[in-house]
Ligand binder design. Structure first.
Ligand SMILES: [Zn+2]
Length: 120
């Protein structure tokens, strides 16, 4: 029961069960094709369309419409700056990501220690 709630109920049945743990699906995006896929974490993250490497977005990532160039630019800029998209429950007490692409630069500058930012 718990597990089913945690992983949601779409797509799961089509995916093989990974060895060594419960299925853990994470949204991966191709900024070139402006599409996203939910993949098991250990799966090779290559875009099925253009074969470029997918970006691991996080479980809470919701892909913009393919035609929404501005939103894709926004999420790509956030991702490149290290911002990730964890599951929705974690967002409550957190400075939300900007709505518009033009706000991203200031947001990045003002949130160097944002809890959803990874540094590598
Ligand atoms: Zn692609």
């Amino acid at each position: 029961m718990e597990l089913r709630k945690a992983i949601g109920n779409r797509v799961i049945s089509e995916l093989p069960t990974p060895v060594g743990g419960p299925t853990y699906l994470v949204a991966h995006a191709c900024f070139e094709c402006r599409k996203s896929w939910k993949l098991a974490d250990k799966q090779a993250a290559i875009c099925p369309q253009c074969r470029s490497e997918l970006s691991r977005m996080g479980r809470g990532f919701k892909a913009p419409k393919k035609s929404d160039l501005e939103q894709w630019k926004k999420v790509e800029a956030l991702w490149r700056a290290g911002f990730r998209f964890p599951s929705h429950e974690s967002w409550r007490r957190i400075e939300p990501y900007p709505e518009r692409f033009r706000e991203v630069e200031a947001f990045i500058r003002e949130n160097p220690d944002h809890p959803f930012r990874v540094t590598d």
